[in-house]
Design a protein around this ligand. Structure first.
Ligand code: ZN
Ligand code: ZN
Length: 207
């Protein structure tokens, strides 16, 4: 599985293009661009690497992750996938947008070429936040960041749901790479060691 990271938008969202090395089939995760000009390097990368985009996947429905869904759907004519708990975010955006095509639920797999990512429902930041779990890596959206976690004080956020979601994520092995929705890539072992929300050192919110 090859992963290319594009940091886009005013909130520096990580948009990931993930592809199967053997077949060149690919996913675009969280195209939250603020300006259409930001799409060009991503489109160029996909062209130059000769990738076939199969799905657009949103880790959750916040606009900094979904803003360019329609642009990518128009370009690649592929399904848009999101958890049903967050589908309303997309449908509530400006008129003329496409609704989500594929509802991703806990345990579902998103397949591209010989690769797949399994959906782990990790609500708390939003009701329909998901993490995408591969063999040795996880895309955590705005649930888990390097050294932190996503806010739970937006509408639909929940501290108790976040606590349970983090308990699910910490069961992943230490060698797993963590690809968050914002900021640096990390390792699960490192997060268990230093992230105050995962190692019982945070006084507010958890444990
Ligand atoms: Zn968010
Ligand atoms: Zn975000």
């Amino acid at each position: 599985m090859l992963i290319e990271t594009f940091t886009v938008g005013m909130l520096s969202t990580n948009c990931y293009v993930v592809n199967c090395h053997d077949t060149k089939e690919a996913l675009v995760i969280d195209p939250g661009l603020d300006f259409s000009s930001e799409a060009k390097p991503i489109f160029d990368y996909i062209d130059e690497a000769k990738l076939t985009v199969k799905f657009i996947v949103n880790t959750h429905g916040h606009s900094d992750h979904v803003k360019a869904d329609a642009l990518f759907q128009e370009k690649y004519d592929v399904p848009l996938c999101i958890h049903p708990g967050d589908a309303h975010f997309i449908e509530g955006l400006e008129k003329g947008r496409f609704p989500a095509n594929v509802m991703l639920r806990d345990g579902d797999s998103v397949k591209f070429g010989n690769e797949s990512l399994q959906v782990m429902h990790t609500p708390g930041h939003t009701p329909g936040s998901i993490s995408l779990v591969g063999e040795k890596l996880v895309f955590t959206g705005d649930t888990l960041f390097a050294g932190g976690i996503g806010r739970t004080d937006f509408p639909g956020g929940s501290d108790s749901a976040m606590r349970l979601s983090l308990q699910k994520l910490v069961r992943l092995p230490d060698y797993f790479l963590v690809y968050p929705g914002h900021g640096e890539t990390s390792m699960m072992g490192e997060e268990k060691r230093v992230n105050p929300f995962l190692n019982n050192k945070s006084e507010d919110l958890f444990f």
